[in-house]
Design a binder for this molecule. Sequence first.
Ligand code: 6PG
Length: 472
Amino acid sequence: MSKAHFGLIGLGVMGENLVLNAERSGFSSVVYNRTYSKTEDFLKRSATGRNIQGASDLQDFVNKLERPRRILMMIKAGPAIDAVIKQISPYLEEGDLLIDGGNSQFLDTERRVKELESQSFGYIGMGVSGGAKGALEGPSMMPGGTKASYEAIESLLEKMAAQVEDGPCVTYIGPGGSGHFVKTVHNGIEYGIEQILSEAYDLMSRVGGMNCSQMADVLSHWNSTEELSSYLVEITEACLRTKDPESGRDIVELIMDKAGQKGTGLWTVVSALELGAPVPTIYASLNGRVMSSIKDQRLEAESILPAPIPEPFDMGCLDDGMHLLMDAVVLSCIASYAQGMELLRIGSLEYNYQLKMPAIAQIWKGGCIIRSRLLKRIQDAYESNPQLANLFIDPWFSAQVEARISGLAHIVAGAAKSGIPVPCFSSTLDYINSYRTGRLPQNLVQAMRDCFGSHTYERVDKEGSFHTEWID
Ligand code: 6PG
């Protein structure tokens, strides 16, 4: 049998679908899984009649691949990656390339790129987005590592990726761990938008008294607009329309209100704090999940700290697509993207990733979980000004603030009076208000710091560093 073009390690759902995608794109493949029965099952089931062979051990796997070998690992992030690298390295030869397509911590990838490249193997850390369906039909991919390593898999990735009007949803991201850094930030934005839509659902249900089908109609309207047309809005509508097959009830209402996470949202926020990048909307979404997980405490507190009975307030109506609520959703979604892009810009400077912002917006337009029509506007904004400090000061986006900020403020105020938490909406409002305030009250913070700790301060009227004896 002739040698395969492409190898895959790890037959989870994502791995299976990616290898089926690669084979359909014209790349004969060989697969390896730690448990061989899983490989046999895959070969009998989905890979029948396809140009895909199995390998029972890593040596056999490596031998079945043409050189230089191109091997994609779709395994759990963390120590499992290091373990597989250690096991497979003795069989690899100069120029062979390992690709980690999982959600690895970008600093782990940074280390692995250095270690592997010093042994003359290529190593790519690649964010892959799109879930199981995306993996099969065309994901968005964010590969980082050396340019030479990327070039060895460029044609494969371009054929496998989702395609949009201006090309495939894959590009060379940059050196080191940049691919996984960009994927981490993608996921932070994903967390933000998921929470924003959940806050809108909560308000429509608890203030508006709307049922799932009515809310789904609103989501359907939002999905037809330039500002909100997106994959996450589309699937939210589908979630709201789905019934529990057993009881016939809306399945969303039967789901426990506790959201977990696998780490990428946390890493986004940790990186942002370390880099000094403000990401309050994204942070609020992460914190929303943390608060949701303390269900027992929340149930107890409900009787000790009773919230006001929600008072109806104007959010717009079904016929106008809940226009005031839509204002809050639009600005908060823009804030998620703006904060994510800002984190990418600052991270790029710190790690010398030389990220190309328009190209990142371009590859997020298709295949990935945060794909949306808004990304075209984001791409345009960075194309017309590659040094843009913040999306909100681009003319199209600043016009959105102008048109919608009073709607957002009205929704946040109404939710506050009703005791309904809207962490992403309120963080977005504070974020925009802070960003557009030339003078913030941190002059007083500085005074206090200098008063108790002689930390010194700068002045607005003269240059230098100053200290005052505040108390006799
Ligand atoms: C994607 C997703 C995916 C992510 C899940 C889980 O782009 O396809 O981002 O990679 O792992 O959405 O994320 P949480 O479990 O942390 O919500």
